[in-house]
Write a protein that binds this ligand. Structure first.
Ligand code: UD1
Ligand code: CA
Length: 449
């Protein structure tokens, strides 16, 4: 069955009190709109249309980075959800199959639920996703008999009897493209809000002799974000789910409530994650790796048997092979560390390739940035970099080469060589004691006067 998506993301979200469009606020380190988009994309849609308005350019950029084929359309004035969907009419012209309408501010929707709605299309022309609300508040109410929908009535327009209904509209709707746009063409705005309600298509469908059906899901799945408070609650719910899933998948979390995940974090079975670890976007940790306490990872890949932290920072492009060791107060950025390489203390390794079993002493720094350009450092297999070596890139250290502690290395070191790039030490017998005696005498003279 061919399906297309329309994601509504034009609303201002004024209750967020933000200059950032609501749908770009992050949940699990990923903008809200991408949660809905990724759930929808599991359906392998023929076409994806995202309707933007406020901050449209910024939303369009995020959407097209995720899916370059997505069509972004502008809704200049927000005249209601039916008007918003109507903006996708031209973009879906001639596309066969069904259309699923999602909201960009509703991040927990599951693709399984969308599949259930598509399945229900076999028996109904229009399918609406509903839920039983603990507090129905201002949600649209579903007037239904069993799984047959009569109409949807918005809170503002509802009678007391209708407001007593607790079966509510999530906003997710599915119909064939032809039916959807034919029905939308008949939607008016003579209602309490003066808006074009998408929800009116249910009553209009029934009036035409079409059938409207209902699929229900848990309320938590349809949670929409309108305020920072709701965003914080959603983040807590999201983290709780990620922790539960990690534990179920065989990851050891020593203190689950202190570990924070991104939406795309992948952690293998029997990996161990200690206390207070933060995973930003794009992290994969393989089976059996160990992430020790107070580490921060993003855009990184940690292979089997590697140990990271405590107090380590892995930034984008950190690629750790098997059995690598990255210790305390070490930052790795855009660098590949070969099997068994060790960077144990107080180091910065950026824009580098480190060969297998190389050992970088405490305080090693790749000086990768000259203020304008970034340069690469290449460290060969089994090299030994002495403590506090400054590797001024671009520079290449050969396999099994050694640098002396405190060296500033500005030119390439051949395989197996020893490089010393530091001032020669001078030692003056007895001079240290004589100097201190003189200084102490001066101090004594001063305090007397
Ligand atoms: C809508 C539903 C209501 C449902 C509720 C669930 C209608 C008329 N009502 O109400 O039945 O219970 O969602 O959360 O559909 N949007 C646009 N352009 C517009 C208007 C809205 O893109 O012109 C987007 C918003 O950014 C938002 C979504 O559509 O993501 C829903 O709009 P909103 O105004 O929040 O609808 P509700 O009044 O909450
Ligand atoms: Ca809303």
């Amino acid at each position: 069955m061919t399906v297309s998506l329309v994601i509504l993301a034009a609303g201002q979200g004024s209750r967020m009190q933000s200059d950032l469009p609501k749908v770009l606020h992050p949940l699990g380190a990923v903008p809200l709109v991408l949660h809905a988009l990724r759930a929808g994309q599991m359906l392998m849609p023929e076409r994806v249309v995202v309707v933007v308005g406020h901050g449209g350019d910024a939303v369009a950029k995020v959407v097209t980075e995720e899916n370059p084929d997505a069509v972004v359309v502008q809704q200049a004035a927000q005249l209601g959800t039916a008007h918003a969907v109507d903006q996708a009419r031209a973009a879906l012209d001639g596309v066969a199959g069904d259309v699923v309408v999602l909201y960009g501010d509703t991040p927990f929707i599951r693709s399984e639920t969308l599949e259930a709605m598509l399945a229900a299309r076999a028996t109904h022309d229009v399918v609406v996703l509903g839920f039983h609300a603990a507090d129905p508040g201002r949600y649209g109410r579903l007037v239904a008999t069993g799984d047959r929908l009569e109409r949807i009535v918005e809170f503002k327009d509802a009678t007391e009897a209708e407001r007593a209904i607790t079966l509510c509209n999530s906003g997710v709707i599915c119909a064939s493209r032809e039916a959807l746009f034919a029905l939308i063409a008949d939607v008016g705005n003579a209602n309490a809000a003066g808006e074009y309600y998408l929800t009116d298509i249910v009553g209009l469908a029934r009036a035409r002799g079409l059938s409207a059906g209902l699929v229900t899901c848990a309320e938590a799945e349809t949670l929409g974000i309108n305020t920072r408070h709701e965003l914080a609650q959603a983040e807590a719910a999201f983290q709780a789910r990620m922790r539960r899933e990690a534990l179920e998948n065989g990851v050891t979390l020593c203190a689950p409530e202190t570990v924070y995940f991104a939406q795309d974090t992948v952690i293998g079975r029997d990996a161990v994650v200690d206390q207070f670890v933060v995973f930003g976007p794009g992290v994969t940790v393989e089976s059996g790796a160990h992430i020790r306490a107070f580490s921060h990872l993003e855009g990184a890949h940690v292979s089997r048997g590697a140990v990271v932290g405590p107090y380590a920072r892995l930034r984008t492009g950190a690629e750790l092979a098997e059995d690598v060791r990255v210790g305390n107060f070490v930052e790795i950025k855009n660098a590949e560390l070969g099997e068994g390489a060790k960077v144990n203390h107080l180091s910065y390794v950026g824009d580098a390739t480190v060969g297998a079993r190389a050992n970088l002493g405490a305080g090693t720094v790749t000086c990768n940035y000259d203020g304008v350009f970034k340069h690469h450092t290449d460290i060969g297999e089994g090299a030994f970099i002495g403590s506090s070596t400054m590797l001024v890139a671009p520079v290449r250290i050969g396999a099994a080469a050694v640098t002396g502690s405190g060296s500033v290395i500005t030119s390439d070191v051949p395989e197996g060589a020893l490089a010393l790039g530091r001032a020669k030490q001078e030692t003056k017998p007895a001079l240290g004691k004589r100097l201190m005696d003189r200084l102490r005498a001066m101090k004594a003279e001063k305090t007397k006067g």
